[in-house]
Design a protein around this ligand. Structure first.
Ligand SMILES: [Zn+2]
Length: 79
């Protein structure tokens, strides 16, 4: 089983992969509409909005939280 290298989500079903392509190492939520992986900034924006929406964090706190979550993932460890 693979996990998304960008957000850590388990990749279990074909629908979890961008465009259903199981050779990819990232999930559909970390992909652009064309199936390529989102950049760090794009993903950070998306996660920040997600945390604000789901956990009611203030924008600054949500951004910090998104940054530390992403730092745990292989794709962003070196950033
Ligand atoms: Zn992902």
């Amino acid at each position: 089983m693979k996990n998304c290298i960008s957000c850590g989500m388990p990749l279990l079903k074909p629908e979890d992969f961008p465009l259903g392509d199981e050779s990819k190492d990232y999930c559909v939520y970390c992909a652009r509409p064309d199936g390529s992986m989102q950049s760090y900034e794009e993903k950070l924006e998306g996660m920040t909005e997600f945390i604000i929406r789901t956990q009611g964090f203030a924008p600054q706190a949500a951004r910090e939280s998104a940054r530390s979550l992403m730092a745990l993932q292989p794709a962003w460890k070196k950033i």
